[in-house]
Design a protein around this ligand. Sequence first.
Ligand code: HEM
Length: 958
Amino acid sequence: MRREALYVVLGAAIFLAGCASSTRELTGCAELLNSGFRPIAQDRTERFLGKVQEATALCRGGDKTVQFRDTPYVDWENYWATGDESSMFPGTSAVGGHLLPNGRGVDGALLDLEYQRIELIKFNLFDNSGTYQEYVEGRDGVAGPALKVWKEMRLPQDNPNYEAVGGDGQQLCQGELIRFRTQDGICNDIKNPLMGSTNQPFARNVQFEATFPDLGKNDLARNRHGDRLALLKPDPQVISRTLFTRHQSQPDKCREGQGLPGYSADASCDYKKAPFFNVLAAFWVQFMTHDWFSHLEEGHNRPEMMPVGCMQKLAGNVEKPLTPEEIANLGCRPYDRMDRAYIAAESDPATFTFRGKEQLVRAYKTTRNTVTAWWDASQLYGYDQISHRRVKRNPSDPAKLLLEPVGQRAGAGEKLGYLPVFQPSDPINPQWADQEATAFPDNWSIGTSFYHNLFAREHNLFVDAFRRQTVLTPEADSGLRNPVRPDEVIRYRDVNPDELFEVGRLVVSAEIAKIHTIEWTPQLLYDEPLYVAMNANWHGLFHGHELIAAALEKITVNNFGKSENAKKAAQWYSVFASGPGIFGLGSRVYADDAIFARYDPKKTDIWSLRNPDHVNGGINHFGSPFNFPEEFVTVYRLHALVPDLIEYREWDRDPNVIRNKIPVVETFRGKATPAMHERGLANWALSMGRQRLGLLTLQNTPQFLQNLSLPRLQTATGKIDVAALDIIRDRERGVPRFNEFRRQYGLRSLKGFEDFVDQRLPKDSPERDEQKRLVGLLREVYGQHRCDAIKIITAAQLNDDGSPINDCLGHPDGSMVDNIEDVDTVVGWLSEFTRPHGFAISETQFQVFILNASRRLFSDRFFTSSFRPEFYSHLGIRWVTDNGPDGKMMEKGRPNGHEVEVSPLKRVLLRTIPELAPELEHVVNAFDPWARDRDGYYSLQWQPRPGAEWDEAFTVPK
Ligand code: HEM
């Protein structure tokens, strides 16, 4: 009855809104309402795949959406208002109400994304540390996805904190161990001390049986790939040179990314550019990955060396050795060698049988994450004992990082100083000599130098502000508490430098997480649904509607979070968490009805540091201990973002002038430091802020990375092709190939290379022709084979008619089909020309982010229930919430129809490099090219803003 009533109300509303929709679309909406919400798939073969019914497509996007339903790509990208202004319902120019066409488009996209997240949480968690069997079978009547504590997450006996957490009894972190982010990441989850700490196994997001396809361990893998795969098959350097190389119109002005003598501005290296994303964004994400994961130990892999290709290619679908002419034409190097990847376990995994089906307990091989998996700024502050020793603190104020003045350059930020350089006594790999001192120094360049200096300044500014507050109110309660003596008030004057240093780390880590979530990602995925979705992850969908948010928070944490039922503990938890947002979830506890608590001054927050269930209460791992999956690393192989040359500008001379073109490779490792010291943070910020980064697409890898000198290898060439290495590493670590990768993640697979071509482009457009040319190259490199319909190739999906997917992928039995199943995942997502509007990444990469970007917030107590003054201090909480110490600040106008706060990175830049204030005045998102006119609704145009008309980036050809 209630359901019917709801229909009536909605039906009436749609009727009223009908003046803006055609009858056909409204019929679609009515049908959609009548059929109700789509149930969540019970089995992985019934997943949503981002494809909706025809009626739904009509209701949310009209005929345009219906037209592309047959493509493998998600439908929401064709809904109304999910692109720029041209995607809006005809005659409209704003999103408008929820029941109007544009509102239906955006809401529909959000709903589709939530379905994807629910199913990803349900079907894609595969922990490699030994908990998987329980995840499937459950334990003591509790469903696997509702489990919260695992024996595999206990500290082992040889851990120095073993006794402190309870030894061989029940383990629970307490006291000093729960106060701050620990050196090696233990005790974030106080009941699972080992989780996320340094050297834990990478997880997987794909069925273990789908990993390491080239080992041919099961029938499905053998049927899918025949004998066509091996570590160097298809040849990774041939792939790199054919599919990744940036073509140069003036090779003598690029010189493989070396530029011209004297850093002449006449140098030129062509690359395909993203108009809405700048070079700061490229190095930001490298800076992030150094925090989240690493496979290397102290900058090296295993001691054994291996060949890396440039040996053979397909000719007529048969592998043939490369001739010297072919090697010369390709430009590859047969004598390159690289050190092999570390493998943690490679014995045959045990199996178990559940409901008649045999399953592996882990992947065929496992690898370890050699840094903490937490978003704890470990690249700045350290992740183990050695890396900690690389972090230099200011001896005259150990709460601060050591920053030293450099030269006499103008600029108010200069007095904040720069990181010092490594000394011979520091524990470093020799290849890091002469670089700035920091915890994670590998693959250093001007980009990583930039962010390490920036956040070191920010850390010190927080310490300064705290000290100022101490002078003003020495006796006041700082908010901090020591879990050893939880009831003792800690006044500002009581806080010692070591404690303040750790508070600074908490604040900087949370700020970084915020920048990434609500500034970097919405610019990477520049459209309305993703703006709303990412802000919902952080602030909640009901930001500004405190009553609803508080109610949903209570339901999420108390009802679903505590449930032993899989559905409630996982899927409903994630849905309801969108209300209050993940950040801060569970950080307030009220004795009774929370719903009106925030509006009733008599109600008190009873959250207590004494209560482990309060400290830990807001986290949810969905039954699978948190670590990044190997597949996450794959989709972050974003080397194509990096330009070969940086267009260098100066803030105190005309910023429109490009004064030099500085090769990124000339800033590699120890060369970054003089480049930073001689030219200064402000000039590099301006230069990288204005320049567009490289599109993630085929034939767009920096030349210098294909020819990178790594003297540590001591090989005949001393060089390595990093793009080829991206492919080899994924093969060494058993990442499924692209098509199975998509199936595993709940996306529709492709039937051949032609499916990469964007069907939305006009038939005769030059862009479409170019895509077809690249598809031809894919076929050349990966080849074709005669298919056999008897061979079933996957357990992850079925055909639309319910039949198994076989080797012929819908083509006639015995016909020649593209070897689309063999395409390396990195190659596949670079080839996805069909993307949602404003997406700098492909939908396949994005699918990996939906799951893991949410999880690293959901799992971290410092971002959920321990986001409290007891840990962060009152000042720290304000700093993270308001983007700094001076309260919230709003941008002028309504960019893309929203009231927006001055962004967190812009505030960091304004504090740490105040001389950039005039330039930043025009900036809404620090990752949007700074001189671009953002124009109307999610425009991707490349036009200068007022004042930048003479900027050469706009006057020279695109
Ligand atoms: C100056 C720029 C860069 C240089 C010189 C560089 C160099 C390298 C090298 C040599 C490796 C191979 C390590 C190995 O497996 O032995 C690597 C791996 C990687 N790079 Fe870069 N890179 C750069 C920029 C970037 C950027 C902008 C990203 C963007 C996210 C990125 C993401 C990665 C990832 C995800 C890996 C795999 C790391 C791992 O397996 O733990 N890199 N890079």
